[in-house]
Ligand binder design. Structure first.
Ligand code: SAM
Length: 291
């Protein structure tokens, strides 16, 4: 059986079903089997693995996952793709396609329902780029029991997620994701392997669950709020940004200074120099007054 992900077979499938791409749904389909093999390699899955896929498209990545994993559950928002997937994925009995917006899925319930018989659950996806961050955060903040996420996204977003303190790319997104997961760019992917080609370069990001969170925090959402507030104006000091972003921050300068002191953070530092542990200590110190 020829791979779905060749330019020829993809064109054939699209023509057969009279399918036209919707840009608003981030529809850029993979047409290079080598990239897919590489994604599967980085996903580290075997027949004991269950995989959640987001946005199967016409099934290019799904069939590679199906060959490697025990079971695949794929959520697709576009109802026009359902008959296409029924056709293209008919050789694979271990795939279940569900017509649903991933952001509406009760992920913990879905894992209980579909994956009670696998050793571990991994997310593998070529994500729709317009909604990359909300999807990742839904899995992480929802404490969904997954081991890994191996996901294609915009290169620039992958760089921000993996960034370390003191770099330009480091920000609240790096903190929110690295709080839960170890993050690394597994490969950089050129536009030419997609149909149609996106406007930006892509990358495959590998997120692996941390055994321990890097710090103990009173309230995770508050930590992320403090982190976001600390980067509102990157060139300003942490004190300045917190005064602007916290409720009544200007009037409560003394409380902010006290919290910075408790956390051992010089008020003239910039947010981009603080480690996740420092943000955690700071958010704990600010929590009583501002949480
Ligand atoms: N996996 C296919 C591939 O690699 O060729 C398609 C990837 S394409 C970048 C993204 C897919 O996600 C599209 O099929 C799109 O319709 C679907 N999609 C977009 N938003 C979605 C959402 N909120 N929930 C589920 N699927 C979504």
């Amino acid at each position: 059986m020829k791979d779905i992900a060749t330019p020829g077979r993809t064109k054939e499938i699209l023509e057969k079903h009279g399918f036209s791409f919707k840009k608003s749904l981030g529809q850029n389909f993979l047409i290079d089997p080598n990239i897919l093999k590489n994604i599967i390699y980085h996903a580290g899955i075997d027949k004991k693995s269950g995989v959640i896929e987001i946005g199967p498209g016409i099934g290019a990545l799904t069939e590679h996952i199906a060959r490697a994993a025990g079971k695949v559950v794929a959520y697709e928002i576009d109802d026009r793709l359902l008959p296409v997937l029924e056709d293209t994925l008919s050789p694979y009995s271990n795939v279940k396609v569900i017509h649903q917006d991933i952001l509406d899925v009760d992920l913990n319930a879905a894992i209980e329902e579909h994956f009670s018989d696998v050793d571990e659950v991994t997310v593998v996806a070529n994500l729709p780029y317009y909604v990359t961050t909300p999807i990742i955060m839904k899995f992480l903040m929802g404490k969904v029991p997954i081991e890994r996420m191996v996901i294609m996204m915009q290169h620039e977003v992958a760089d921000r997620i993996t960034a370390v303190p003191g770099t330009k790319a480091y920000g609240s997104l790096s903190i929110a994701i690295q709080y839960y997961m170890d993050a690394e760019v597994a490969m950089i992917v050129p536009r030419t392997v997609f149909m149609p080609q996106p406007n930006v370069e892509s990358a495959v990001l590998r997120l692996s669950r941390k055994t321990e969170p890097p710090a103990s925090v009173i309230d995770e959402e508050f930590l992320f709020k403090v982190a976001r507030g600390s980067f509102v104006q990157r060139r300003k000091t942490i004190l300045n940004n917190l005064q602007t972003s916290l409720p009544q921050g200007k009037a409560k300068k003394e409380a902010i200074l006290a919290a910075l002191s408790t956390a051992g953070i010089d008020p003239v530092r910039r947010g981009e120099t603080l480690s996740i542990e420092e943000f955690a200590n700071l958010s704990n110190a600010l929590y009583e007054e501002f949480g």
